[in-house]
Design a protein around this ligand. Sequence first.
Ligand SMILES: [Zn+2]
Ligand SMILES: [Zn+2]
Length: 313
Amino acid sequence: MQKYSYKCSHCRYSIQTKGPFPFYIKNGKRVQVDTFHEATTHPITGLMADIYCAECDKEKRYIIRKYKKPVSNILDIWSGNIAGTEKRFCYKCKKPIYLILPDNKIKCPRCRKGTFSINTYDRDTEEDFLNHIPVSAPKGPLKIIQNKKSIKVPKPTVIIDSSERMGYTFCRFSNWFAGTVKKRLKHGDYSIQGMEEQISIERKTLPDLVGSIIFKRKQFIKNMEQFSNLKKKCVVIEASFSEVKSLYSESNAHPNAVVGSLIAIQEKWDIPFYFLDSFELSEEFVASMLSKYHALWWLQKNGFGKYFIQGDI
Ligand SMILES: [Zn+2]
Ligand SMILES: [Zn+2]
C-alpha cells in the first residue's frame, strides 16, 4: 500500500494519506485486504483509502471505488487506472479531499499561510543542502551496545493527549515507536505508555506561548506548577529564540515579558524550555527524547547499565 506525506511550505506541518487498498464484505463488515491470498478467496468489492480533508484537518477512510461486480483476480484491480488524483468530498464539510494532494494548491489549516507539497523528509535533496535545510531524521533503530552485544529494547508506544490538535503524529518514527494512542493526559501533550506519571512534554507554537504567558497567565502558571511534579518534563517551542525575542505580528505583548516569564518558570520549577525552530524539527526532538528516555529506563529495569554505548554515553 502506498503512503504519502505532505508538508506545509510555511510552518512545515505534515499530514499523511494512505491507499488505495482493496476490501471485501464479510458478514456485513468491510475487511481490508493485505495479501494476495486473501484476494483469491474473497472477491474484492472495491477500494478504500485514507484521504485528507484540509478543512477538517483530518485523515479519513473513504471508499474511493466500488466495482459493479466483485472482482476475483487482484491483478485486474492493480492493472486498472487506480492511482492518480482522487478528488472526493468530505462528508462533514463537503470540501474536496484528496489521496494525492495537488502540489502547492491546498492551504495549510494550521498556519493558513503555506500550501502542501510532497514531503521529501526521507531523502535530502541537493537544494536542501544548498539552502542549509536540516538533514532528515535518522531512520535506524536506537543503537545500544553493552558488553559488546547489541541490546534490543522493545519499542514504546507514544501517548498523545486527546485534546492535542494539529500536533505530532510521529509517523516518521516507526523505527523508534510501536505506535501512538490518543488518551487524556493529566500533564503535558506527549508521554510514553505506562510512564505517564514520570515523563511528559508540553508543546507550544509561538502564538500559543505568547497567549499562555500573557493572556492566560494564571492558568498557565498553575499548569506549570503541577507539571513540575513530574520527574521528567519540558516545554518545546516551535520557534527560534530570535523569533520569541522579536515583536509579534499577532499580538502587542512585549517579547521581553514573554522571555523573562518563561525563564523564571524554568528556574523556579526546573522545567526546561527548548527553542526548536519549526514543527518538523520539534517533532523529531520530542521523538528522540521520548525514545531515549524510555530506553534508559527499560535498561535499568531489566538489569542492564544506564548507558547506550559502553565507554561512551
Ligand atoms: Zn502551515
Ligand atoms: Zn472536511
